[in-house]
Design a protein around this ligand. Structure first.
Ligand SMILES: [Zn+2]
Length: 73
């Protein structure tokens, strides 16, 4: 991430469950290349989407700006 974003590497922190966590926010990282866009969309639809019995795909989210960006991607 640090190489792609041209930033200092994020500093990992230990969470309450004893797992190391790194958080990075960046539109640039999501749009780095087609593979990064695909990975982001796959994760977004895995977490926010569902498939109806007739095969239609739905996605729900309360963040209008995020949904607009997903449409753009
Ligand atoms: Zn990429």
């Amino acid at each position: 991430m640090a190489n792609v974003l041209g930033r200092e590497p994020p500093i990992p922190r230990l969470n309450k469950e004893g797992r190391w966590v790194v958080r990075v926010k960046s539109k640039t990282f999501v749009e780095h290349c087609e593979r990064c866009i695909a990975v982001f969309l796959r994760g977004f639809f895995d977490s926010e989407g569902c498939v109806s019995t007739n095969g239609q795909i739905f996605v729900d989210n309360t963040d209008y700006a995020l949904l607009t960006h997903v449409l753009y991607l």
